[in-house]
Design a protein around this ligand. Sequence first.
Ligand code: GTP
Ligand code: IMP
Ligand code: MG
Length: 338
Amino acid sequence: MVTIVVGGQWGDEGKGKVISYLCMKDEPDIIARAGVGPNAGHTVVYRGKKYPLRLTPSGFLYEKAKLLIGAGVLVNPEVMLKEIRDLGIENRIGIDYRCGIIEEEHIARDKGSGHLAGKIGSTGTGCGPANMDRANRSLKLAQDIAELKPYLTDVPQEVNEAIDAGKKVLVESSQGFGLSLFYGTYPYVTSKDTTASMACVDVGIGPRRVRDVIVVFKSFPTRVGAGPFPTEMSQEEAERLGIVEYGTVTGRRRRIGRFDFDMARYAAMLNSASQIALTCVDYIDEESRGARSYDELSKAAQSFVEEVERRVGVPVTIISTGPELEDTIDLREEKLGI
Ligand code: GTP
Ligand code: IMP
Ligand code: MG
C-alpha cells in the first residue's frame, strides 16, 4: 500500500510536518525519500525540538521504519553523512546505489552571478548543475563513494517487495508543483519534475502501485527566489497578518501570497490527488492556532477549509494548525473511512 506526499505550491508547504505526523500515526514499514535533493529543507518539530532535514525522510521519528533514498534523489555525501550521524539512523537508512552525487564543483557552478543562483535564485546547493551532469552522463553515482558503501541498497527492490508483502510504504517528495521543470513557472523552476509521477520514478515504483496521493497546500503560499507569484502580497501586508518566514536551507525571506485556487486545482489534477493536507490554517486567525479538532477551528478557518475542498475538488483530510507534529486535525477516518 503506497501513499505519496507531494507539495502543491512552491515548496515549503509544510511537507516535513505533515509527513512526520502521518508516519507517527500510520507506522509505515518504509519511508522513501523522492524529490530533487538537498535543496530541500523539511522542518519537523516534535515536543519542542526542531529537526531541519535536507535528505533524511521526515518520517524518521517513527523508529521502526526503514528509511530509503530513491535513485532519483541527488545526494551530497557530507550533508547525508552528517544527518545519519546526528539522527542516529545508521542501522535503518538505505541509499540507492544509483543516486547522483553532488560535489563542491556543482555547488560552485550553482552560486554566484551569471550562475543559477543569480539568474533564478536557486538554492545554491548544486542540484541544478548535478542534474545537468547527470543528463550529460558525466555524474558520479553513490556507488562510486567509499563512505556511502555501508548504506547502499537497491531501493526499488526493497520498496516493491514490501508492497508485495502487503506492507505500508510512504513516499515523500520535496519542492512543489510550481517548481516543476515541466509544469511550473519556467525558467524559475527546479531541475526536475516535482509531481507524484516523478516521485514514483525516483523510488522505482510503477503508477499502478499507488493508492493515495496527498497534496500539501499552505493556506498562505510562499515562494523563495525569483519568479511569478500571481497572488503575492506586499511584505507589509504579510506582516500585518503576522506571517514572516525564512528558508530552512538558504535563510532567505519567503515571499507570501494568498491561496491560489486555480493553481491548486491544476496541481491536484496533475498529481491525481486523492487527499489534501492543508497547513498553516492558524495563519487565518489566533483562535485556530494549535486546534486539534475541527470544532476548535474558528468559523473563518472552517469556511476556508470548505472553500478549498469545494473549489479544488478534493477532500481536505489533514489540517495543520501549528509547526508541532501534534497540532493536527486528522479527518481521514471521518471523510474517507481510512
Ligand atoms: P521543502 O521540502 O523545502 O519544500 O519544505 P517543507 O514542505 O517540508 O516545508 P518547510 O519545513 O521548509 O517550511 C514550512 C514551515 O512552516 C516550517 O517552518 C514548519 O515548521 C512550519 N509549519 C508547518 N506546518 C505549519 C502550520 O500548520 N502552522 C504554522 N504556523 N507553521 C507550520
Ligand atoms: P534549485 O532547485 O536550487 O535549482 O532552485 C530552483 C528554484 O527552486 C529556486 O527558486 C529555489 O528557491 C526553489 N527551490 C528549490 N528547492 C526548494 C525547496 O525545497 N523549497 C522552496 N523552494 C525551493
Ligand atoms: Mg523547505
